[in-house]
Design a protein around this ligand. Structure first.
Ligand code: SAM
Ligand code: SF4
Length: 381
């Protein structure tokens, strides 16, 4: 079977105000010796989990993609990343065209580090750009200088990376349309092949959510955010980046295989604290805190917190939810009568493409992409 690998690196130098990912700063972990001391020993824990994955799965699966996500994977030493790739390659078969992505914060890499990651086997790099506008980055509580993006993407290209992506966030309070246009134009001037653009989610419990509650930062304007999605799609398409998932655009053949594996419901193993796995209709996830994760691995126990066997109906709902987000949409023959009736209203209103509908598929138009969540909620009632 094919098995995509997600490797979670749960460390950041500082927590950004909007982020509620499972990541920890040195002060949260009460580390005074710097992150390097823990990231090295963390590698051995990941390798132990990879070996135990092989034992549990038994067969020699083929790995089409590995994704180092975070947190901040670019804080790791390239030699550690190489050891993890080697461990996956010795327990499983790496596909000959394996895609190996590493998420990177622009201010944690230089040319040499990027070259070392490339030589370690990483062949796709994704930079957390977020915005090109200083006041937007300040509201997001990001630490990097936006001008660094020119430098790091050029270095990545110079050292050999052919697949370079940036992550953008739109809809930050105080971000004008001109600000967002500047971010779009800047991203499109970089030597990149892929863009992920996410609408800012205000996550409960984050510093940004508290600032909005206290009135120190303005609220999110949903209508403006929708307009920004259209601005992005128009500009990206004009420059040859086509959407292949609601929040993802790429040059031809530069779609992320790893992302597609999630969206197409394939099998994946998530290694590291809090990482989720999905194997043949069973889902399981690891304990969240790195210290507990270490305790479990050191004791020779599985680091799993809990698991669930997906019911047929859950698998079906997930398939619908994920595939409607793709340009190919959902095959009408897999829908029930009520769903077809509900969706035919969205064809009339222009949210689903009429030509595709007539050819047996429910596929979103640009207008429909703006309300994809609402459409899915309605048909899953
Ligand atoms: C969790 S980060 C990991 C990579 C790296 N640390 C970084 O910040 O770029 C991956 C991406 O998730 C997105 N993200 C995180 N929190 C978000 C939020 N609350 N709303 C929208 N996007 C978010 C950001 O665009 C970020 O680049
Ligand atoms: S650097 Fe990335 S993972 Fe870390 S806190 Fe910021 S957004 Fe979250």
């Amino acid at each position: 079977m094919n098995l995509a690998f997600y490797v979670h690196i749960p460390y950041c130098i500082k927590r950004c105000g909007y982020c509620d990912f499972n990541t920890y700063t040195p002060s949260e972990l009460q580390i005074t010796t710097g992150l390097k001391s823990i990231t090295n020993s963390y590698t051995n824990l990941l390798i132990a989990e990879i070996k135990s994955a092989r034992k549990q799965l038994g067969d020699q699966s083929t790995v089409p993609s590995i994704f180092f996500g975070g947190g901040t994977p670019s804080l790791m030493e390239a030699s550690d990343i190489e050891s993890i790739i080697t461990a996956i390659g010795s327990e499983f078969d790496l596909a000959s065209d394996v895609e190996i992505t590493l998420e990177s914060n622009p201010d944690t890499v230089d040319r040499e580090k990027l070259e070392n990651f490339y030589n370690a086997g990483v062949n796709r790099i994704s930079f957390g750009m977020q915005s090109a506008v200083p006041h937007v980055l300040a509201t997001l509580d990001r630490t990097h200088n936006p001008d660094n993006l020119y430098q790091v993407t050029q270095w990545a290209s110079d050292v050999g990376f052919k697949e370079i992506s940036v992550d953008l966030i739109y809809g930050t309070p105080g971000e004008s349309k001109a600000d967002w246009q500047k971010t779009i134009d800047t991203a499109l001037s970089l030597p990149i092949t892929h863009i992920s653009a996410y609408a800012l989610i205000i996550e409960e419990g984050t510093k940004l959510a508290a600032q909005i509650k206290r009135g120190e930062v303005g609220p999110v304007d949903d209508d403006l955010t929708a307009e920004k999605y259209i601005m992005a799609d128009n500009a990206f398409t004009k420059f040859g980046f086509d959407w292949y998932e609601l929040s993802n655009w790429s040059k031809p053949n530069s779609e992320s295989k790893h992302n597609l594996a999630y969206w197409l419901g394939h099998n994946w193993w998530g290694a590291g604290p809090g990482a989720h796995s999905h194997i043949n209709g069973k889902r399981f996830w690891n304990v969240k805190h790195p210290n507990l994760y270490k305790q479990k691995i050191d004791a020779g126990e599985a680091p799993v917190a809990d698991s669930e066997d997906l019911q047929e109906s859950q698998i079906e709902s997930e398939r619908l939810m994920l595939s409607i987000r793709l340009p190919s949409g959902v095959e009408k023959s897999t829908l029930n009568e009520k769903q077809i009736l509900d969706l035919s209203g969205y064809v009339k209103s222009g949210h689903l493409d009429e030509g595709n509908w007539d050819n047996g598929r429910a596929a979103l138009t640009l207008e429909g992409r703006l309300i994809a969540d609402r459409i899915v909620r309605e048909i899953l009632l």
